[in-house]
Design a protein around this ligand. Structure first.
Ligand code: NAD
Ligand code: ZN
Ligand code: ZN
Length: 413
């Protein structure tokens, strides 16, 4: 249980529970961690909900940065501002916020360009520290515990830069809109901002997890007439339909290359293809699946290995384009409030992406589900409302295939 400072005193160190990774792929351990007060322009957030993005899993398993352990993963989250650092004017204690893995400083070359979300000051943080001073805000017994994407939401409290958080209305359900802090927004933005999918067009999406399903939703809302979903998990056929997928291909059931089937279904190749798996081999397949002349491939996946993409040069000479995108091109502060508003107005669906609701203490079970690929990649951890009794959760049942596996709802009784 966290020990926090009173609202009148300056923020002090908080000790709280966090799920700490001690080494690549090792089960997370619930530890008491110290969380430093927010530094200048930073805020400390009491995390209410966090989901596991596939990127958390990929990075947790990766052996590429062994020096960045112990480490706290998690970046797709919502919470309440607990304290603010010097110079913060945008947030007040008690504000509800989404954390974001790429921030917006509003003043660098990219932020003022109006055509990029690759902020030069608060961009994707890869060294396990905070942007401002290159140190950590977490420690155990005085020894640093590294961050992930300068968010680290697998903790009851996290310090983030105020430029890496977006204020949201307290009426919004925290355990659903947290998906807008990464996967759902990344997919919608890839369809709308990056590809700019047009009415009547054909689209093929490789991988129907949170990201791919959100691309499908974005394409459907743009009026695409054919939306082909490709996934090795057969359960994604049904799930995909709810997000606009019109045709489903399981590559494991084909005798011919998947790109040939796509070409057959689209009279020579799709107008747009999207890679939402995290496999550079699939990037090449996606490029081969789109049309000569104008076909556009947008790649979103974060590869586990082999970051090089190989493709026959002729694919480019024949007029195809390959583009990448982080966070769907959204500038978080400028754009995410609009997405939250669309959610509030029921113009976009997010709730259907959630496959499991689980308590924070079950985080290793959630990771196990991700590794078995038996969920949609979306598992929010809901903080128990304080008015509920300690043991106020029960498994309500098991039903359907939802995002592809067992659906367990942990509901207050
Ligand atoms: N660019 C960004 O801003 C951004 C944001 C979030 C996630 N990501 C990355 O996007 C990718 C997808 O994320 P997610 O959360 O939707 O993941 P996910 O694990 O929920 O979904 C991936 C889907 O791909 C399917 N799949 C696996 N191998 C396949 C193959 N060879 N062919 C077809 N389907 C296959 C799986 O069955 C699963 O349904 C990951 O690499 C993740 O790290 C990128
Ligand atoms: Zn993510
Ligand atoms: Zn910037």
């Amino acid at each position: 249980m966290a020990a926090a400072a009173s609202s009148s005193s300056p923020p002090a160190v908080i000790t709280c529970r966090a799920a700490v990774a001690w080494g690549p792929g090792q089960a997370l351990v619930m530890e008491d961690v110290e969380v430093a007060p927010p530094g200048p322009l930073e805020i400390r957030v009491k995390v209410v909900s966090t989901s596991i993005c596939r990127s958390d899993v990929t990075q947790w398993q990766s052996t590429a940065q062994p020096d960045l352990f112990p480490r706290i993963f998690g970046h797709e989250a919502s919470g309440v501002v607990e304290s603010v650092g010097e110079g913060v004017t945008e947030f007040q204690v008690g504000d509800h916020a989404l954390t974001v893995f790429i921030g917006e400083c509003m003043s660098c070359k990219h932020c003022v360009s109006g055509k990029s979300n690759m902020c030069q000051t608060l961009g994707l943080e890869r060294k396990g520290v905070m942007h401002s001073d290159q140190t950590t805000r977490f420690s155990i017994g005085g020894k640093p515990v590294y961050h992930y994407c300068a968010v680290s939401s697998f903790s009851e409290y996290a310090v983030v830069h105020s430029g890496c958080a977006v204020k949201v209305s307290p009426t919004m359900p925290m355990d659903r809109i947290c998906l807008l802090s990464c996967g759902a927004s990344a997919g919608l933005g890839a369809a709308w901002n990056v590809a700019d999918v047009s009415k009547g067009s054909s689209v093929v999406i490789f991988g129907l997890g949170t990201v791919g399903l959100s691309v499908a939703q974005g394409a459907k809302l743009r009026g695409a007439s054919k939306i082909i979903g490709v996934d090795t998990n057969p359960d994604k056929q049904e799930k995909g339909k709810a997000f606009g997928v019109t045709d489903f291909i399981n590559p494991a059931e084909l005798n011919e290359p998947v790109q040939q089937v796509v070409k057959w279904l689209t009279d020579g190749g799709a107008d747009y293809s999207f890679e939402c798996v995290g496999d550079t081999g699939v990037v090449s397949t996606a490029l081969q699946s789109c049309s000569d002349g104008w076909g556009l491939t947008v790649t979103l996946g974060v590869p586990k290995a082999k970051p090089e993409v190989s493709a026959h040069y002729g694919l480019l000479l024949s007029g195809r384009t390959l583009k990448g995108s982080l966070f769907g091109g959204w500038r978080p502060k400028s754009d995410i409030p609009l997405l939250v508003e669309k959610y509030a107005n029921k113009e976009i669906q997010v709730d259907g992406l959630v496959t499991h609701d689980m308590p924070f203490s079950d985080i290793n079970k959630a990771l196990e589900l991700m590794l078995q690929n038996s969920c949609g990649g979306v598992i929010p951890f809901r903080r128990r409302p304080s008015f509920l009794p300690e043991l106020g959760f029960r498994a309500k049942g098991k039903s359907g295939n939802g995002g592809g596996g067992v659906m367990i709802w942990l509901t207050p009784v």
